[in-house]
Design a protein around this ligand. Structure first.
Ligand code: DGL
Length: 219
């Protein structure tokens, strides 16, 4: 039997289980590539940590993926992408780093009520990059940022409390948000619950298709 030779490896990184959904989507779209998935079980969740801490955790993991032959790494973590992508690009100039950021632009284009909601970690929501995205694409809109600080931890530990999620989502729906941006890859695993809650009132934007398109374009 002929052995299948991989022409290239793509690294996919997230603090935990969030990036798995991204890795699976890339694997489905590009079966000829080998996906090297790395997470940081020891330090997840990242969303309540400082940029310095996160950088310290991520650099050795990226170095390891590069050592394994990944010349492209998908940063399947909005928290890492919005807080430390600049320093990472400096540290690894020969590696293509594909960042994932909250989908504010498509939400801003599609909203009819002028109210969008971004569900993301505290680190993402307080990052300069996120502020820039809002300035660039959502000035003049109302951007709601529900408190999702405990969501990644709940998902990581398999302890999803639907009542907590429903409470936050219902509040943004009552405030007329018609676009809900899932700005943390962990939320992939609760997107169905959110879609059911939002049914008929808001569209849930989730980044997997967009990131697969970008990976294909860059390879
Ligand atoms: N999955 C990550 C993100 O996209 C972060 C979750 C966390 O570690 O807090 O932001």
């Amino acid at each position: 039997m002929q052995r299948h030779e991989f022409s290239m490896k793509i690294g996919v990184f997230d603090s935990g289980v969030g990036g798995l959904s991204v890795a699976l989507a890339i694997e489905r779209a590009l079966p000829e590539y080998e996906i090297v998935y790395r997470e940081d079980r020891e330090h997840v969740p990242y969303g309540t940590r400082t940029s310095e801490e996160i950088l310290g955790f991520v650099v050795p993991i990226f170095a390891d993926m590069i050592e394994l032959g990944c010349s492209t790494i998908v940063v399947a973590c909005n928290t890492v992408s919005t807080t430390i992508i600049g320093p990472l690009r400096k540290q690894f100039p020969d590696t293509v780093l594909i960042a994932m950021e909250p989908m504010i632009k498509p939400a801003a284009i599609r909203t009819r009520t002028g109210v969008i909601a971004v569900c993301a970690t505290p680190a993402t929501l307080t990052s300069q990059r996120y502020a820039e995205l809002k300035r660039q694409f959502a000035s003049g809109l109302t951007v709601l940022e529900p408190d999702c600080s405990d969501w990644a931890g709940m998902i990581e530990n398999g302890e999803v409390n639907v009542r907590i999620i429903a409470d936050r989502i219902n509040r943004i729906l009552d405030a007329h948000a018609d676009m809900i941006v899932l700005g943390c890859t962990h939320y992939h695993w609760i997107q169905e619950e959110i879609r059911v809650l939002a049914e008929g009132r808001a569209t849930v934007l989730q980044p997997e298709h967009a990131i697969v398109r970008q990976v294909k374009k860059l390879l």
